[in-house]
Design a protein around this ligand. Structure first.
Ligand code: 5GP
Ligand code: ZN
Length: 140
């Protein structure tokens, strides 16, 4: 497994690095992307470090995929985008900038052309409000 002593997402899992969290279970976590491509851009990760799709264990891949579906449903219910882009990068050439496996959930609107990454960091208060809206969608 790759060296992950300085991994940002491991820091978020440990609670050493702040994040606007949306969901957590035994094996996975979801939090708001700090530099969102669109409002509601959420990241889903396995808690155990794996750099990419090649390294992640089968069990964590299944758990992360199930959490991704769960979160995408919540984002759909909470924000009602026209579509949701699911994106996952492997290697710098593919656009990967954080080398801990993660899946992007990016709400899309009709006619919108979006890059994979946002241009600027979001206001934490705005991220907290979006996270609360997504969490509220958990309620029946
Ligand atoms: P990648 O480029 O590796 O596919 O995606 C990494 C994502 O992580 C980017 O969208 C970036 O905005 C996000 N990101 C980078 N550092 C942090 C951080 O410290 N906190 C959060 N919440 N997101 C981060
Ligand atoms: Zn990590």
């Amino acid at each position: 497994m790759s060296d992950h002593s300085n991994c940002i997402f491991c820091g978020i899992v440990r609670g050493d690095i702040p994040a606007v969290r949306v969901y957590e279970d035994e094996h996975t976590a979801a939090f708001m992307d700090v530099q969102p491509a669109s409002p509601g851009h959420t990241l889903v990760i396995p808690k155990a470090h794996a750099a990419n799709l090649f390294e992640i264990s089968a069990a964590d891949l299944v758990a992360t995929t199930l959490t991704t579906q769960r979160m995408a449903r919540l984002v759909q219910k909470a924000l009602a985008p026209d579509g949701i882009r699911i994106m996952q990068t492997n290697g710098a050439a593919a656009g990967q900038t954080v080398f801990h496996y993660h899946v992007h959930i990016i709400p899309m609107q009709d006619g919108q052309r979006l890059g994979a990454h946002g241009r600027e960091r979001a206001d934490p208060e705005v991220l907290k409000a979006l996270a609360a809206k997504i969490q509220n969608a958990l309620r029946p």
